[in-house]
Design a protein around this ligand. Sequence first.
Ligand SMILES: [Zn+2]
Length: 72
Amino acid sequence: MEKDLKTAEQNIPEEKKLTSKCPLCKKPTDIKYRPFCSDRCKKVDLHRWIQGVYKVETDEEVDSVKSEDHEG
Ligand SMILES: [Zn+2]
């Protein structure tokens, strides 16, 4: 008996493999601004990143420890 299995090849467009989507606006990325689509998105992401970095500073409230001075 001969096997008549047909291999289902996945037709994946090369474009889809080569170009990914911009994480910001979901547009096809430009090779010049990978992984973004444009210089604008690149800067926007960079700006976000920088802001995030500066926001790292802890927002914890300083616990005001009630220290009663006992003299004597
Ligand atoms: Zn974009």
